[in-house]
Write a protein that binds this ligand. Structure first.
Ligand code: GLY
Ligand code: MN
Ligand code: MN
Length: 439
């Protein structure tokens, strides 16, 4: 079930409470040009979405705790039959109030003229500088005008602050309704991986596998891929952000697929699976696959309340480095290899990230010296990998890599929610055991 209007309203109430006497200006996303006069399909800004559920470009939300009678004000593109014939339906000001719970709504064009009045009396202004070029000058000039008048009326906001820490702390902890959406995103994404494994065979192009995955996303009602799907055969899998997806799948290669869907309300799945194109691992592929799977399972087992993402990474890293030493791909004492980062030509990324409305979701990983402890409701990916190629040379003292290992890229990624009792793997329906993926 979609997030209810009551939940959006609760989010706003909590945000307003946390703001204290500071007013927040939260802009929607703007349309982005793709080429000539064609735009990318619209993607709402996640902070704005989290607080409003309003899916149109160019809007601006104000949160005004110093005006308790009408603390939530939306500026939106007004109803306009001609514009709507070309670009689609708009809710307009009336819809912003009736459907989206705004206390007051105005045409977006009135923002410059009204912002100063709305911000009057706020102790500070929460606005993310550097991200919203159409709104930032309006905020700065409203504040500057307050400062000009301050000697006479003593009413200027004392500072410009970032809304992010407050808001992102809220977004980091998912409600039960959000977890339900993430279970759905995970299920659709997992099904797509199962379909991809069924169709993949030597000679098929990576792009044809991408089509199967993304068709499933959309057939199931998702908006589409949450990020550029990575469908990478053989050595292409050693390029972490490979999205060309345009090579034929070779007999004897592995296929790495990193793909997840984004739902209509932007909750995302993010899954990676790696399997043999012809259904049968070579000895080297199997050895590395077993190692990545062992690292991933150990890391998932470490996800529980009061643990932290750095510990989860540390568990995966230790298993990988121990295994690489056993296989002769690294040389030395495990502790020292980890400390020196001597594994980074084979494993060059972290083991996971927060997941939510953004794929690399918001929320701090550290507060000063301290890693943020995991709590029920937080969702993170667990995605160790190994990438053996010539791209990065082994560091001094580490063995040259034998040709038989090269061109093997493996990542295994699940979406894991922290629960009271430990964790819930949201993406368990995507198979990863050797028994399930060998033909
Ligand atoms: N698909 C992006 C990531 O795994 O982080
Ligand atoms: Mn990920
Ligand atoms: Mn991924």
């Amino acid at each position: 079930m979609a997030i209810s209007p009551a939940e959006f309203s609760r989010r706003r109430t909590t945000f307003l409470e946390r703001l204290g006497g500071v007013a927040a200006v939260i802009p929607a996303a703007a349309l982005v040009t793709h080429h000539a006069d064609v735009e990318h399909s619209f993607r709402q800004q996640s902070d704005f979405w989290y607080l409003t559920g309003f899916d149109e470009p160019g809007a601006v939300a104000l949160f005004l705790p110093h005006r308790p009678d009408n603390p939530f004000v939306l500026f939106v593109e007004p109803k306009d039959p001609t514009a709507e014939v070309w670009n689609g339906f708009r809710w307009g000001c009336e819809g912003a109030v009736q459907r989206f719970g705004a206390d007051l709504a105005h045409p977006r064009a009135d923002l410059a003229g009204r912002l100063g009045d709305y911000l009057k009396g706020a102790e500070g202004i929460a606005f993310r500088v550097g991200r919203h070029p159409a709104v930032e000058p309006l905020v700065l000039s409203a504040w500057s005008a307050q400062l000009d008048r301050a000697p006479r009326n003593g009413q200027a906001a004392l500072g410009l602050v970032a809304p992010c820490p407050l808001l992102h702390e809220l977004r980091l902890r998912k409600s039960e309704a959000e977890l339900e959406r993430m279970r759905l995103a995970a299920r659709i994404s997992a099904e797509a991986h199962e379909l991809a494994r069924q169709v993949a065979r030597p000679g098929l192009n990576e792009r044809q596998v991408q089509a199967v995955i993304e068709q499933h996303f959309m057939e199931q009602g998702a908006r589409g891929p949450a990020y550029g799907s990575i469908v990478a055969g053989g050595d292409n899998a050693c390029v972490l952000h490979y999205t060309s997806n345009n090579a034929p799948l070779a007999d004897g290669d592995l296929l790495l697929i990193d793909a997840g869907c984004s739902l209509s309300d932007y909750y995302n799945g993010d899954i990676t699976r790696t399997f043999p194109v012809n259904g049968c691992f070579s000895g080297e592929q199997r050895a590395l696959y077993d190692l990545v799977l062992a690292a991933q399972e150990a890391a998932i087992a470490a996800v529980r309340p009061a643990a932290d993402a750095e510990q989860v990474h540390g568990v995966a890293l230790r298993v990988l480095v121990e295994g690489l030493v056993d296989l002769g791909l690294l040389r030395g004492a495990v502790e020292g290899l980890i400390e020196q980062g001597a594994y980074r030509h084979l494993y060059m990324h972290r083991t996971g990230h927060w997941l939510g409305l953004d794929v690399h979701d918001v929320g701090a990983y550290r507060l000063g010296e301290h890693p943020v402890p995991l709590e029920p409701g937080m969702v993170l990916t667990v995605e160790p990998g190994l990438y053996v190629s010539d791209r990065l040379p082994p560091p001094e003292g580490q063995p040259a890599i034998d040709e038989r290992w090269k061109g093997i890229g493996i990542r295994i990624e699940d979406d894991v929610a922290v629960s009271e009792r430990g964790h819930e793997v949201l993406t368990a329906a995507a198979q990863k055991s050797v028994a399930a993926i060998q033909r």
